[in-house]
Design a protein around this ligand. Structure first.
Ligand SMILES: [Fe+2]
Ligand SMILES: [Fe+2]
Length: 400
């Protein structure tokens, strides 16, 4: 039974505010006007604390590797012009490859998100200005992740490009029905993308069996340092420094850097959400109910998304427990304390009650999902190791 049907069976029919037709669009537009000083302050703070970073410095290309190190020792890194790419050629486990592909394709769809945000927020000059800056930061993510996947030959470049063409031609992205919904959605979404990128980096770290000094990154881990000949000599002596180590360390640095940006975006949108709950609690509460229940990842339109999302969930990069405990509860409970929200109109109160019940329901869904996962794993023990398609010899555990 689909989750929404189970929700209605267990908690009851949706309150009227679930229907987008019930949205008070006049109040919704007014709220945007009231949020202007908040966005101005948050944007100013964002720029004040900004540290520029450069995608081209983060991932070595074949020329760099040839110039600086013994490329033979690194194993084969091709220029991606052959159509016979096979999973064994990637040093990454399946889950990390899938997470990186989905992460990149999600970032690629920026024009779709930009259009949505501009449609919702464009009437407000401050937000429109922020949207342009945000787009520049997001586009940096697809640049650095494409460099990573293509330069280091981590995935099938032809498949990646075909997926990219299909994804962008469809431009199937979440479509919040109001300004308040959009604010709630982007707050959840930025935190969700942060978690997903962060945990992709963690999976790479967990599967890595290397010394942190193996690959010379600069002190912030955000760019390439000039390799110290001594480091390379020691690496060779110790029999390390092969391609797996390089790939894992660079991938981890890239994903950590990108996740940090998403965390900053979450910080900014979260402040807009805070202000919305303070000034328009009923509007915010109803939107929070809709977006909490209907939340979908921004990459939902990616080809074969369900299968890929399952692999990502099985690896615990992003699963229902992570979604509930790291995204929804920290935002709805700790940040907005929706269960104790005051000053709500009648429909707002019904939305509040339903949302509180929904959070409990989500807890039961976690238990159900994990029981199903354990059952699948009991039948196919190989599936526990989500990287089983990789050429890596060891069986590595999923994140725990
Ligand atoms: Fe991003
Ligand atoms: Fe972001």
């Amino acid at each position: 039974m689909p989750a929404l049907e189970r929700l209605m069976n267990e908690v009851g029919p949706f309150p009227p505010a679930m229907d987008p037709a019930s949205i008070d669009h006049e109040a919704d537009r007014e709220s945007l006007h009231e949020l202007t000083p908040v966005i101005d302050n948050a944007f100013a703070m964002h720029m004040k604390t900004d540290k520029p970073w450069y995608p081209h410095l983060m991932v070595p290309d074949v020329d760099w590797l040839q110039h600086h190190i013994d490329i033979q020792a690194m194993g084969e890194i091709r220029r991606g012009n052959k159509r016979d790419w096979a999973p064994e050629e990637s040093p990454l486990p399946l889950a990390a490859r899938v997470a990186l592909e989905v992460g990149l394709l999600t970032e690629d769809n920026l024009p779709g998100y930009f259009r949505q945000v501009e449609t919702m927020f464009g009437a407000n000059d401050s937000l429109s200005q922020w949207n342009r800056r945000w787009a520049a930061e997001e586009s940096r993510h697809s640049i650095v992740m494409r460099n990573l996947l293509e330069r280091l030959d981590l995935v099938d470049p032809f498949q990646l490009q075909d997926d990219h063409m299909e994804q962008m031609s469809t431009m199937d992205v979440p479509d919040p029905p109001s300004i308040a919904d959009a604010i709630i959605y982007v707050t959840l979404q930025e935190k969700a993308t942060m978690l997903s990128h962060q945990r992709t980096g963690m999976l790479l770290e967990e599967t890595a069996k290397y010394d942190n000094d193996v690959y010379p990154l600069d002190t912030e881990g955000t760019g390439l340092a000039e390799p110290d000949p001594d480091i390379w000599r020691q690496m060779k002596e110790r029999g390390i420094g092969g391609r797996s180590e390089l790939v894992r360390q660079v991938s981890r640095a890239v994903m950590t850097r990108v996740a940090r940006d998403e965390g900053r975006h979450y910080g900014l949108y979260g402040k807009l959400g805070d202000a919305l709950f303070e000034t328009y609690p009923s509007l915010a509460m109803k939107a929070a109910m809709r977006q909490g229940i209907l939340f979908q990842m921004p990459g939902k339109g990616i080809r074969d998304f369900q299968r890929r999302a399952r692999i990502i969930a099985d690896s615990r990069i992003y699963d229902l427990r992570g979604h509930r405990e790291e995204i929804v509860l920290p935002v709805y409970d700790e940040r907005w304390d929706i269960a104790n929200l005051q000053g709500l109109d009648d429909e707002g109160k019904r939305a509040q009650e339903y949302t509180v019940e929904f959070l409990d329901f989500l807890g039961r869904e976690v238990v159900r999902f994990e029981a199903g996962r354990d059952e699948r794993w009991a039948q196919d023990p190989d599936a526990v190791w989500v990287g089983k398609e990789s050429s890596e010899p060891s069986r590595e555990p999923a994140l725990s």
